[in-house]
Design a binder for this molecule. Structure first.
Ligand SMILES: [Zn+2]
Length: 325
C-alpha cells in the first residue's frame, strides 16, 4: 500500500494528508483486496477443519441411522437363523426319525449357499458402510438357501406321510367280525392234530366263531382279487391290500362283493357260514405278507381295547376248538 504523505498547509498552519495519486489509490485497493482474500482463505480453511456443513451433518445423521437399522436387521436375521436351526433339528431328529427316513445330508443343506458373488455391484459401490450392507446381504442369501432346503425337506416329509397314511389304511388292522358278534376264538396260527386223519397239520389262519349270517368286514383297504367257491375254503374272498399284504376270508355263507371290487377297511364283504371243509359256522381268517402266511393276531388290535386284545391272544394260543381242516 502507498504510504500517506503529509504537506504543511500555510493557511491552516497544519500538516495535512496529501491527496493520493491514481497509482497510489490502485495500490491501496489491491493491497486491501489481497488482505481480504487471504483472510477469506484462512477463514474457509478454518471453517472446513472445524465445522461440518448442514449437508454433511444431515448425511452423518442418516448414516448413523442406517447403521442402526442394519444392526437391527442383523439381529432379526440372527433370530430367524436360530428358528431355522430348531426346524432343522426337529426335521432330522424327530420327523425323519419317526418316518424312518435319513436326515438331510450336510452337503445338501450347505448347497443353499451360492458360489458366485451375486453382490458385486454392492461391493463396488462407494458406500461408506458397504461391508456392513454386503455382509447382511450375504447372510440373508445364505439364510434363503437354507430355508429353501428346509422347505424341500418338508415337502418330502409330506409325500412320505401321505404314502404312510395310504399304507396304514391298507394294512390289515381290525378283527373281520364285530367284537359283539364273536362267540369264541377257535384254533390259532399253529400246528394241530388233524381231526380225521389224526396227523399233524399246520393251521394257517385264525378261526373266529359267530352266528350264521353275521357280517364279515374287510380288515384294510384293498382290491378283491378272488371271490369264489373252493372245496376246502368254501366261499372265500381274497383281498390284495398292496404293500405286500393279502387277507383271506373262508367258509362264508354268501358274498357281498364281487372280484375286482375296491374295498375300504370296514366294508362288508360277506356273511359268516360253514361252507367248504367246515364243521360249524365260523370265519377262517388268514393274513399273508409277500405270499407267506403269517399269524393274523398282531393285525387285529385296532378296534379292540387292550383287555379284549389280551383275551384274544390268550384264546388263540390255548383254544383246542377245531372247526375246519
Ligand atoms: Zn381255520
Amino acid at each position: 500500500m502507498a504510504k500517506t504523505k503529509f504537506i504543511y498547509n500555510e493557511v491552516t498552519c497544519q500538516y495535512e494528508a496529501a491527496p493520493l495519486k491514481k497509482g497510489q489509490i490502485a495500490l491501496n485497493f489491491l493491497g486491501l483486496l489481497s488482505l481480504s482474500l487471504a483472510l477469506a482463505v484462512v477463514m474457509i480453511y478454518y471453517y472446513q477443519q472445524n465445522f461440518t456443513t448442514l449437508k454433511q451433518s444431515r448425511l452423518q445423521k442418516e448414516n448413523k441411522e442406517l447403521v442402526g437399522e442394519f444392526q437391527l436387521i442383523g439381529d432379526q436375521l440372527e433370530d430367524a437363523k436360530k428358528e431355522l436351526e430348531q426346524m432343522k433339528k426337529k426335521d432330522d431328529h424327530v420327523y425323519r426319525t419317526l418316518l424312518a427316513i435319513s436326515p438331510v445330508p450336510a452337503t445338501i443343506r450347505a448347497a443353499g449357499v451360492g458360489g458366485s458373488n451375486k453382490f458385486e455391484e454392492q461391493e463396488n459401490a462407494s458406500l461408506e458402510r458397504r461391508s456392513l450392507i454386503l455382509s447382511t446381504l450375504q447372510y440373508l442369501e445364505k439364510l434363503k438357501g437354507e430355508i429353501a432346503v428346509q422347505s424341500g425337506s418338508y415337502n418330502e416329509l409330506i409325500e412320505v406321510l401321505d404314502e404312510k397314511k395310504a399304507m396304514w389304511a391298507s394294512r390289515p388292522a381290525i378283527t373281520p367280525l364285530k367284537t359283539e358278534d364273536i362267540t369264541k376264538i377257535g384254533s390259532g396260527f399253529r400246528w394241530r392234530t388233524h381231526p380225521i386223519f389224526r396227523t399233524a397239520k399246520f393251521h394257517s389262519g385264525l378261526d373266529i366263531t359267530a352266528n350264521q349270517g353275521k357280517n364279515i368286514y374287510a380288515s384294510g383297504d384293498g382290491v378283491v382279487t378272488k371271490a369264489y367257491y373252493s372245496k376246502s375254503y368254501g366261499n372265500v374272498v381274497y383281498i390284495d391290500h398292496g404293500y405286500g399284504y393279502e387277507t383271506r376270508y373262508a367258509h362264508m355263507t354268501a358274498f357281498n362283493i364281487a372280484e375286482g371290487a375296491h374295498v375300504k377297511r370296514g366294508d362288508i364283504i360277506g356273511f359268516v357260514g360253514s361252507t367248504g371243509w367246515s364243521t360249524a359256522a365260523h370265519l377262517h381268517y388268514e393274513v399273508l405278507f409277500r405270499g407267506e402266511h403269517i399269524d393274523p393276531v398282531p393285525y387285529l388290535s385296532k378296534n379292540l381295547s387292550s383287555e379284549e386284545y389280551q383275551l384274544l391272544i390268550d384264546d388263540s394260543n390255548t383254544s383246542d376248538l377245531i372247526l375246519d381242516y
